[in-house]
Design a protein around this ligand. Sequence first.
Ligand code: NAG
Ligand code: NAG
Ligand code: NAG
Ligand code: NAG
Ligand code: NAG
Ligand code: NAG
Ligand code: NAG
Length: 917
Amino acid sequence: MGLSLAFACFLFIVTLFQFTAFSFSSEQPAVLCHSDERLALLQLKDSFIIDKQALAAGFCAYPKVDSWDSQSVDCCSWDGIECDKITGVVIGLDLSSSCLYGSINSTSSLFRLLRLQKLNLANNHFNYSLIPYALGNLSMLTYLNLSSSVFSGQIPSEISKLYRLSSLDFSNNWDTNLSQRLLVLEKPDMKSLIQNLTNLKYLSLSYVVVASPIPSVLANLSSLTSLYLEFCGLQGMFPLAIFRLPNLETIWLLHNLHLTGYLPEFNFSNKLKKLALLNTSFSGELPASIDNLNSLEFLGLGHCNFSGSVPSTLGNLPNLKFLDLAINSFTGSVPPTLGNLTKLGTLDLQYNYFTGFIPSELTNLTQLTYLNLLGNMLHGSVPSSISRLEKLNFFDCDFNRLGGILEMDPFLELKDLQYLFLSLNNFYLVFLDNSNATRPQAQLVDIGLRHCHLREFPYFLRNQHRLQLLDLSSNNIDGQIPQWLSKVSVETLLFLDLSNNSFIGFDDFPLVLPWSKLQYLKLDSNILRGSLPVPPLSTVFYSISNKSLNGEIPQLLCNLSSLSILDFSYNNMSGGIPVCLSNFSKSLLVLKVRSNQLDGPIPSGWATGNRLKMIDLSKNKLQEKIPKSLMECKMLEYLDLGNNQIRDAFPSWLGSLPELNILILSSNAFYGRMENPKLNLIVFPKLRIIDLSHNRFNGTLPWGYFERWISMKNLDGKNSPPKYMHESLDMMISIMHVPRDYDYSMTITNKGMEMKYPKIIRTLVAIDFSSNRFDGEIPESIGKLKELHLLNFSNNNLVGGIPIAIAKLTNLESLDLSQNKLVGRIPMELSTQLTFLSFLNVSHNRLTGRIPGGGQFETFQSSSFDGNLGLCGKPLLKECSSNSRSLPPPSLTSSGEFGLDWKVVFWVMDVDSYLEW
Ligand SMILES: *[C@@H]1O[C@H](CO)[C@@H](O)[C@H](O)[C@H]1NC(C)=O
Ligand SMILES: *[C@@H]1O[C@H](CO)[C@@H](O)[C@H](O)[C@H]1NC(C)=O
Ligand SMILES: *[C@@H]1O[C@H](CO)[C@@H](O)[C@H](O)[C@H]1NC(C)=O
Ligand SMILES: *[C@@H]1O[C@H](CO)[C@@H](O)[C@H](O)[C@H]1NC(C)=O
Ligand SMILES: *[C@@H]1O[C@H](CO)[C@@H](O)[C@H](O)[C@H]1NC(C)=O
Ligand SMILES: *[C@@H]1O[C@H](CO)[C@@H](O)[C@H](O)[C@H]1NC(C)=O
Ligand SMILES: *[C@@H]1O[C@H](CO)[C@@H](O)[C@H](O)[C@H]1NC(C)=O
């Protein structure tokens, strides 16, 4: 301020006399604006249109230029204009939030206002214009704000000449359509832009793509008070010297994932009030000397790489209002001294490795509204004095090692409490005053009581009228879901999870469940009896994989036109699948009715434009043919019709489904030859897993398909389908603010061996044609499917030799050719090239000669080779006679080096796991 005043005095020194004259006589008329500047302003106004949409949507305050009237002479009185009181020149132009829309360039009349000191164009829409280089001519500028105004491109170097600038803001120029940053600071880079701007106090480049590391010259800007560099894509090391800037109050560096740095010893004092490093790669420990930052109000270190214990001196920052240490690797206990931070409103410690107790001192923090302890290793219980935190609005201690008897009542006394998460500890939650709630009670919005050893339905819920989320899953509540629940939060409830209890039914509920906004309903793993409950029309997710539901599928279900996920697998439902179930919701992604007693045909109403990704009708008694309308499921990734009674030829027409990854037709009555596909047809372009086992297919193996299954040759986007499925679910669940505890791994048992393969699906490529009547030889073209992990041709009528081409399948983990009529030797190449092979079965064929040694073959048992009279050598007991031609085993390192922990991989497509990858 002082400086700019000085400049003004210097420039207008000739008018000093007038100034004194004015100050003597207030009768003097105000100085009128200069007509050339007035004209320039009117031209400026005309170069834009007023964005009516933005105005209507409330994105801008009001169009200041509306008051700029060609009839009105004195432009100094117009909205947004500031004139020099003596000379009448325009020195300030504030058009922020004025709904301006249009392009601007260096020919704009704006740049005729050469005496401008302050220019604020923030929060308009300049239509992706480049920032005009002519700004560099406004050499008097001390204040320049172009934030949130849809400028794009490189920031021009002319800005670096504006050495009077004390405030410079280019932030938030953002393309909402493409969700991307618009401005770039590359040439000039940040260093050349700012190095001469030595008067800067306020600098914001948030949301500008800054290509270079933060230049150390920044630490020369000794006047700097505020530095905002949010989401700039910064890399490299943050210059430590910046922390020492004596006037700095704000360091705001959020969301620069690759920005590294650490906190120095603060053996100096400064004025720092806000230090926000959230979501960067800052690391190291929190120095004990942090308590020298005694002005600090905001300390955001969440989602970085900090580690070590939290120094107790952190409790000496009397002004701290916001403390976020979430998602780091802090260890040790939560310092009780934090209880001295009496102004603290937010304390976020989630996802660290804190151990020990929750210090009771925390309940001294009477200003606290947000307390998050989720995902640590805290022991003990929640201090009962929690009820002292009268302003508490959010409390989450999910997923710790807390336990003991926990009383609900102190929480309910907190009248501002809306979000309460006590899940996934070892609490025995009790309700002392469970009968009468006459006192005012917390009106909760979200409540998570998963795994709290509840034995009864919590009675206090009767008085909860604003619930959006209720999670009572994994408790021991049995009996009926009480009738009174049908009146609880009927208008607000969005999410209801009652899974993993022992509920037997809804006690006298209406035919359609009552919560009119419900989106998510999970009732899995109970012992619900009777017919399928029908959720309200709003439902998006409905999962009721249970044991005991029976009866037919209610037609009412077909009214749920918003449903995305429908899963009532593992019940006892019978009757046919109503045709409407194949065409009731345009949003349906997943239809899962696995393992019921459903019979009749597969419904045939699959409609054009549906979004289904997964259809699982397996383990029922469905009959007849696959309806051709399945062709309409263009997004289908997963089709499981296994274990039914379908009688049909191979549905080669499914090969036109562009997204189909997984096709399971096993254990049905499919029959006949698999004809090779026509040459010019695209067939199963994304197929990675096909299971045709246990059918009656005959004829030769379809070598033509092996040539053409391109995604088995080369996986594109290795994790697309399961990731996608998981994301769509995840997204829904994260909106709902639900504690997540998915089990991403799966355990599979096969032939007595168990394996755990946490990411099995991402790269799993498999062919299972076992237990059919295929004959002829194994075609060489199988060797092209380089991504194959599992190959099973067992129990057919295959003849000829084992093709050497199989040795090209270098990703192969499991190979089963047993129970055929194969002849000849086992190719040596299988042992030298299949270095991942952990399961091999060639038993019960007519193979001859010496079993190759070396490689993975050292690990196979004799059962892999049994039933081949002509085979000899290890691991069989039969020795090879001296005249059986034998090559020396390849000199390989000990089998130990191949990793004894290689796991046997078998192919079991468990759909439950699929949903949870
Ligand atoms: C915005 O920019 C586009 C593309 O340059 C142009 O066609 C359009 O006329 C501009 N709109 C306004 C109001 O200047
Ligand atoms: C600058 O903008 C004006 C008015 O929109 C236009 O007529 C002129 O062609 C532009 N000049 C350049 C160099 O783009
Ligand atoms: C900064 O100022 C110095 C001296 O006034 C000048 O020589 C130099 O070119 C300027 N640098 C930039 C990037 O403007
Ligand atoms: C801070 O808290 C600790 C323990 O909680 C206490 O002993 C100490 O006196 C407090 N310090 C101040 C300055 O209040
Ligand atoms: C803070 O909490 C502790 C333990 O809960 C208590 O002894 C102490 O008196 C409290 N201090 C203040 C200032 O309330
Ligand atoms: C609840 O309170 C009301 C009024 O105070 C009383 O009439 C009623 O008996 C109480 N109910 C129970 C179960 O205590
Ligand atoms: C293959 O199966 C079909 C249908 O079951 C049958 O008609 C045909 O004779 C079989 N072909 C051979 C070669 O067994």
